[in-house]
Design a protein around this ligand. Structure first.
Ligand code: BG6
Length: 507
């Protein structure tokens, strides 16, 4: 793959979970599919004492568990592992960075070519404001074409702290060198939203307030918070999921058509959506937002502890593990069309999907008895785990009488394409090496998303919930979530109701 420049990945926090679970398996998969440059090196930097060999063994286990290619064979592994090195270093000492610089210069000499340098901050967020400063001081940030820095979420805990971080990043790197990662943007089905909307002339003419009644976006997980109690208890669902992943999904669904595929063109269109979201007045927070926290119960018949009993969580924690919001996008296309979004942990099952619900026909000419099973027309975009799109509409049921029944036309990724189906991190790491920032967040995007959520965070900070825990594991969140849609005579569709047809077909 020599269209990609020789690359050094310097991963800060390389001994941590993200590197083990996501980054190294994704790099391995790229290397397996010959999508890595022939000159590539992964330098892992962390504080603990570790030999190259011990690190490689740890990554070997991670790749066996998480790689798309399954258990690795020795030949492939050895070929990949010989490019991994460990460097022990304190992130707050300049000498760590000068040692890294020396190592990169050495590689440049050995490879006898210019290299591109990717600094990946896979560290706890407290380091995000430190590492760029040291990289700058060590003169590792200056080359705009060949040097990039990657920042994981959360970028700040509020609008103010995000601004502070962005200030630090842009003081040390040019904005075009800063790649703020949101792994949802690397998911095939998320990228397909643009293709579905803008590569087909069929859907765009009805993609507006004239035809669309409302839109729901659900990102549900059956898992709890795992080992991340320490982080999650300070973040909560609004910061962990809505500020980034759900806002990205909403932007892609609501944005105007782009003029070209240039990174900034697409990002501008997405930021326009965020700027058009109607600010939530503080006094309306309780009507437009529902928060929840799971108690103890069962998932798939297995007992699970309540959130407050999870490791790293305060016993009287008031952190939300579920949130649902009603938003409006105040522009020509979407005026007064509600966007309902929800996300939560320990819900009935993992399911992310977007439902575009269309208005009823302006005049119902069919007799009442014919429409007893009538359902609104819908486009259901299933992000995961079933990846595909369903168009639901009415059809005449066979028989002498006129009877209308909802039917589905469905597209299923796995049936239509033979793969490979790269994981989100694989796609994003590939984009990074290509210097393509389209699927990464810009500073203004991150700040615009925070701006929308600040009234909610402020009102919540002043009004502690009195009913937590308020939903049981395996449910679809607090009962009060229904009130958001009920205000408009609607209800959330359960993913099961959306999926029956495709399931039957794919069996
Ligand atoms: C992460 C969140 O960004 O996304 C996690 O921090 C969440 O809390 C995860 O579990 C969900 O990602 P996915 O790809 O499994 O939907």
């Amino acid at each position: 793959m020599d269209q990609i420049e020789p690359t050094v990945f310097a991963i800060f926090g390389g001994a941590g979970d993200l590197t083990w679970r996501k980054l190294v398996p994704a790099l391995y998969d790229l290397s397996h599919d010959r999508s890595m440059p022939s000159h590539a090196s992964i330098i892992v930097i962390d504080r603990i004492e570790l030999s190259d060999e011990a690190l490689r063994q740890r990554f070997h286990d991670g790749v066996n568990k998480f790689s798309r290619h399954g258990v690795v064979n020795d030949k492939n592994w050895n070929q990949f592992a010989m490019h991994i090195y460990y460097m022990q270093g304190d992130f707050k000492k300049l000498e760590t960075y000068t040692a890294l610089k020396a190592q990169c210069e050495k590689l440049e000499k050995v490879w006898d070519t210019k290299i591109q340098l990717i600094f990946y901050m896979a560290t706890p967020p407290v380091m995000f404001g430190e590492i760029p400063k040291y990289l700058n001081e060590a003169k590792l940030s200056q080359n705009r074409e060949r040097t990039r820095i990657v920042v994981e979420k959360p970028i700040g805990y509020s609008l103010e702290s995000a601004r502070e971080l962005n200030k630090i990043f842009t003081a040390c790197f040019h904005e075009s060198q800063i790649f703020r990662i949101d792994h949802y943007l690397g998911k095939e089905t998320v990228q397909n939203i643009l293709a579905f909307r803008f590569a087909n002339p069929l859907f765009e003419p009805i993609w507006n307030r004239r035809y669309v009644d409302f839109i729901t976006i659900t990102v549900a997980e059956d898992l709890g918070i795992g080992h991340r109690g320490g982080y999650y208890d300070k973040a909560g669902a609004l910061r962990d999921m809505v500020q980034n992943h759900l806002m990205q999904l909403l932007s892609l669904v609501a944005m105007e058509p782009m003029v070209s595929f240039a990174a900034d063109e697409i990002r501008n269109k997405k930021v326009d959506v965020l700027h058009a979201i109607r600010p939530i007045p503080r006094k309306a927070v309780n009507q437009c937002v529902v928060r929840g926290q799971y108690g103890k119960g069962k998932i798939n018949d297995k007992p699970v502890v309540g959130y407050r009993e999870e490791k790293g969580v305060l016993p009287d924690s008031q952190t939300e593990t579920f949130v649902a919001l009603k938003l409006f996008v105040d522009n020509w296309r979407w005026q007064d069309v509600p966007f309902y979004i929800r996300t939560g942990k320990r819900l009935a099952r993992k399911s992310s999907e977007i439902v575009i619900q269309f208005r009823a026909v302006p005049h119902q000419a069919f007799p009442n008895e014919a429409t007893l099973d009538w359902q609104p027309a819908r486009i259901i975009m299933s992000i995961q785990p079933d990846e595909g799109i369903i168009l639901r509409f009415q059809a005449k049921h066979p028989g002498p009488k006129i009877l209308l029944k909802p039917v589905d036309m469905s597209f299923n990724y796995r049936e239509s394409f033979s793969g490979p189906f790269p994981e989100a991190y694989e796609t994003l790491l590939w984009d990074l090496m290509q210097n393509d920032a389209t699927q990464f967040m810009r500073a203004d995007q991150v700040e615009a998303a925070w701006r929308i959520l600040m009234p909610v965070l402020e009102v919540w900070a002043d009004n502690k919930p009195t009913d937590f825990p308020n939903y049981t594991p395996g449910s679809w969140g607090p009962a009060s979530t229904e009130k958001l849609l009920a205000q408009q005579g609607q209800r959330w569709l359960l993913p099961a109701e959306l999926k029956t047809k495709t399931r039957k077909k794919t069996k």
